[in-house]
Design a protein around this ligand. Sequence first.
Ligand SMILES: [Zn+2]
Length: 166
Amino acid sequence: MHCPFCRHSDSRVVDSRTSDDGSTIRRRRQCPECQRRFTTIETASLSVVKRSGVTEPFSREKIVNGVRKACQGRPVSEDDIALLAQRVEETLRGTGSAELDAHEIGLTILGPLRELDEVAYLRFASVYQAFDSLEDFEAAITSLRARRAVEDGEDGEADLLVVRPS
Ligand SMILES: [Zn+2]
């Protein structure tokens, strides 16, 4: 690591601290040449393979933007969206793979988004899963209703859970 002050080609780590969620490490470094100190932050690199085959660095901001679009006009705060994106990133990093495909990210967003707002979930799912007919919406809504019934503890509707959008 170059010293950012004098460009000396080496530096010494004087302190390391892992963030609470374990996803980053901050290192305090000192330049042996000019003696000045600086901090570096280390994160595991995560890349995304898009449908086109192009690879790009993972960006939490992109999740935020996609989810925000789906939540337009819904009673969902920026904090809710930021928290959702953080959860999604933690889940994805938790898989331990350095390369994710865009499809996997979409799938990971669907669960927490459904808990956050069902209308936003339907919007997101319709774009992401490329709904192309009313039947697709119908199936997704049926599945949402069935899930809600199960959560409410109603009996007899649990078998509806097998209905899923194709
Ligand atoms: Zn230096």
